[in-house]
Design a protein around this ligand. Structure first.
Ligand SMILES: Cc1cc2nc3c(=O)[nH]c(=O)nc-3n(C[C@H](O)[C@H](O)[C@H](O)COP(=O)(O)OP(=O)(O)OC[C@H]3O[C@@H](n4cnc5c(N)ncnc54)[C@H](O)[C@@H]3O)c2cc1C
Length: 441
């Protein structure tokens, strides 16, 4: 299997819908020698949130360097769902930490959702926010399961999920595929590329530097400072934060060898006009209760953004269109034959323990990596924790010490992850077929 991690070079061909609907913004590139206090490698949300957290704490002497530009990786090409939680599921979080610590850590991701929303207002970022929120739809027709889950989350994590009964579900999604649902209050969906580029501009206005087209080729510590070498120049810094997401594993192997690259996919339909309101009477973002779930949301120009599937190797836009057409038909049979005008994928990174990798190594290099799954709230939280620690308080960051960078197993590890995904897909299928699915489609 090909290893995708080579400094962002493996990108999907063609523009995403997000790129097609975002104005051109120019960011400088690294040339000559620059000096700053903190250099951040990677202009995804982990890097940009760290930089913004520093700027907001009165530390604008920073540089963010990206191989392409802010939001070129997963953070500018994702589904746009902003909701709470980690990739590690909530029950596992409780069993690992006990209810009280799990409640605290989960609570931080809920605060991050609010922080993202507040910053959008505070800085006036035009990123098509839709406050209708995020809905978890039951695929298997087991209402008790969903209610039990909501009750457990409320009792143990203080996490409120509002039940939506079967009849009311039709007010959200006109599909016979689902049973009941859970609505997450405070969640929302938006245009992630405009969001991150808006945050990058705030950083620049405050005196920080955001540098594009500047792949970092090497990182070394010598003569009392870190040196980041790019093609046409270098950056010297007192501290370095590695925030390269699923787009690099060669720059700093001692940490990055703990990453497992995982691709996931999105396609966007042609405009649906009035049909979109008929299919989705309330403009929520929807995902379902399978392990290998679909995720989709309505866009302001009456298109439907549809995402799902994962794999360990990149798929072509044609293959993505074919898979998404199959998936969309199962939920909305009336969309059989619909044209997808955009199709793309993006890389996420996972650690073996499914929690983010956050911390500082003894050699002084900081890292904020492995945000696959529920990414945008945890990346924003990570930015806050890094900024707190870089300005003197690592109290919250140290809560993540129990999830260190463990070797992900290289190519064998990738095959194991792919096999696990296929097993889970099979389990979903068996449960749907034989285990009480509503069989509506
Ligand atoms: C298709 C897709 C859909 C998703 N949907 C959602 C969703 O709806 N909601 C949600 O919360 N999460 C979602 N996620 C997950 C979420 O997008 C990620 O977890 C999150 O954006 C990761 O942020 P990051 O900063 O760690 O990585 P990235 O955003 O990937 O940023 C890493 C950056 O590092 C740069 N880089 C890499 N190597 C170098 C180098 N050597 N020098 C300089 N720069 C370098 C890259 O160019 C890239 O811009 C989705 C992910 C994908 C791929």
């Amino acid at each position: 299997m090909a290893d995708p991690m080579n400094t962002g070079a493996d990108r999907w061909p063609g523009a995403t819908w997000y790129e097609a609907t975002t104005g051109q913004r120019k960011f400088a590139r690294v040339s000559g020698t620059r000096r700053c206090r903190v250099a951040i490698i990677g202009g995804g949300l982990a890097g940009i949130a760290t930089a913004l957290g520093l700027v907001e704490r009165g530390e604008p002497n920073i540089c963010v360097l990206d191989a392409a530009g802010p939001g070129a990786g997963a953070s500018g090409r994702n589904g746009g769902f902003v909701f709470a939680g980690y990739s590690l599921d909530n029950d596992a979080l409780i069993s690992q930490l006990g209810a009280s610590r799990a409640r605290m850590l989960h609570g931080w991701t809920r605060e991050a959702v609010t922080l993202i929303r507040d910053r959008i207002d505070r800085y006036g970022i035009d990123c098509q926010v839709n406050d209708a929120g995020v809905l978890l739809a039951d695929w298997f027709g087991d209402d008790n399961d969903l209610q039990g889950f909501a009750a457990r989350m409320h009792e143990q994590l203080g996490f409120r999920l509002d039940p939506v009964d079967r009849r009311s579900m039709r007010g959200y999604v006109a599909s016979r595929r689902y049973g009941a649902g859970l609505h997450e209050p405070g969640s929302f969906h938006f245009h992630p590329l405009r969001h991150i580029q808006g945050l990058a501009e705030v950083i620049e206005q405050a005196g920080g530097a955001v540098l594009a087209d500047s792949p970092v080729r090497s990182v070394d510590f010598a003569n009392g400072c870190w040196r980041l070498r790019c093609d046409d120049g270098e950056v010297e810094a007192d501290e370095v934060v590695l925030a390269t997401g699923g787009y690099d594993r060669r720059l700093y192997p001692p940490v990055q060898r703990a990453l497992q690259p995982v691709a996931t996919y999105i396609a966007v339909t042609e405009p649906l006009g009035g049909l979109l309101d008929e299919l989705m009477p309330s403009p929520v973002a929807v995902y379902d209760t399978r392990f290998a779930f679909d995720y989709y949301r309505p866009l302001p120009d009456t298109r439907l953004l549809w995402g799902g599937r994962i794999s360990m190797a990149a798929r072509s836009p044609t293959a993505i269109r074919r898979l998404m057409a199959r998936d969309i038909r199962r939920v909305f049979p009336s969309l059989d034959g619909i044209r997808f005008e955009y199709a793309w994928g993006g890389w996420m990174s996972y650690a073996r323990h499914q929690m983010p990798l956050l911390g500082q190594r003894p050699d002084g290099l900081w890292h904020a990596l492995a945000f696959g799954g529920h990414g945008m709230a945890t990346t924003t939280l990570a930015g806050e924790l890094m900024a707190e620690a870089l300005t003197g308080s690592d109290r919250r960051l140290s809560e993540f010490q129990g999830w260190p960078p463990l070797w992900a197993g290289g190519a064998a590890g990738r095959m194991a992850v792919q096999s696990h995904y296929w097993m889970c897909q099979l389990r979903d299928w068996l449960r749907d077929r034989f285990g009480g699915g509503n069989g509506a489609v």
